[in-house]
Design a protein around this ligand. Sequence first.
Ligand code: NAI
Length: 337
Amino acid sequence: MKIAFFDTHGFEKIIFQKANEQFHHEITFFETRLNEQSAHLASGYACVCAFVNDRLNTQTLEILQKAGTQLIALRSAGFNHVDLVSAQSLRLPIVRVPEYSPYAIAEHAMTLILSLNRKIHRAYNRVRENNFSLEGLVGFDLNQKTVGLIGTGKIGSVMAKILNGFGCRVIAYDIVQNQKLIEMGVQYVSLEELLKNSDIISLHVPLTPQTRYLIDEKSLSLTKSGFMLINTGRGALIDARALIKSLKSGHIGYAGLDVYEEEEGLFFEDLSEKILQDDKLARLLTFPNVLLTSHQGFLTKEALENIARVTLENISDFENGKELKNEVFKPKNGIQK
Ligand code: NAI
């Protein structure tokens, strides 16, 4: 199948080319992100392959459909960047990679917790300048600390197991309870209880109208002073303005963020020669107790290989008229799963 591959990065191109040796699709790699301005590039391609910061709004989808696109293959688990209602009315099926390595993201969330706690980001810079002082580097034992997981799906479940190994008390909030986690000792509580009792809170829910700004001024007011907030879910789960306000007041003790509300156009790019125009991001980068990574939770060899294989398999299934097992449907009652 002819595939227009948008927002191509060096780290994935080689892996997709290798995986495609088994599938024999005809792939053209475009570096530009997909949006209403660039959608015309897909003219004549039956399939469009998109990533998390491509903008698949009504306008983009209409241009694609008119230009002959028959399938949108997302090489991500999340699909909050696609207007599903428009896709459905344009009869454009959307497929995704629902699971490629929950370990990659959970392990990254754990990396953020450990690095922030033991101040590795600061210690690294310090010793490189021959500053071997330990002042300001005191951490805390994770053993016996209460960690609140918001979302215990694939990634949240792995996170619960990792935290169990560290001797943490794991509490969780989810609309669906996972029996295996309960047997492991995880205790499901209300969102309010989780916010009030957690020393660390880690977000693992998808971005939906229900979860947008789940962490805002009101929910932050319930949290423990000095708590640690980790977000490897989606940026808009947190209201960045409320986060900055709480960090400035000293209420939030630590924040580890792999995602940011306005990351489109920033994350995945080398902007080291440019002036950063996003004032909220610029402010976040000034806090010594904030550790930011640019959406790299998924970035392991195993995850990338799985993403490439499943994406190309999804496209072959469509081409061969098979059932699309990874199709994304318009959410019923506004709830996305
Ligand atoms: P999943 O679908 O397995 O789990 C999501 C969980 O959230 C489910 O248990 C669901 O019941 C729960 N949930 C949904 N809406 C809720 C609500 N309103 N209130 C409470 N719980 C709710 O998804 P998975 O694979 O664990 O991924 C979670 C999220 O992680 C993805 O949606 C994506 O946004 C993000 N992600 C981030 C990556 C990164 O590189 N940083 C990579 C992959 C995913």
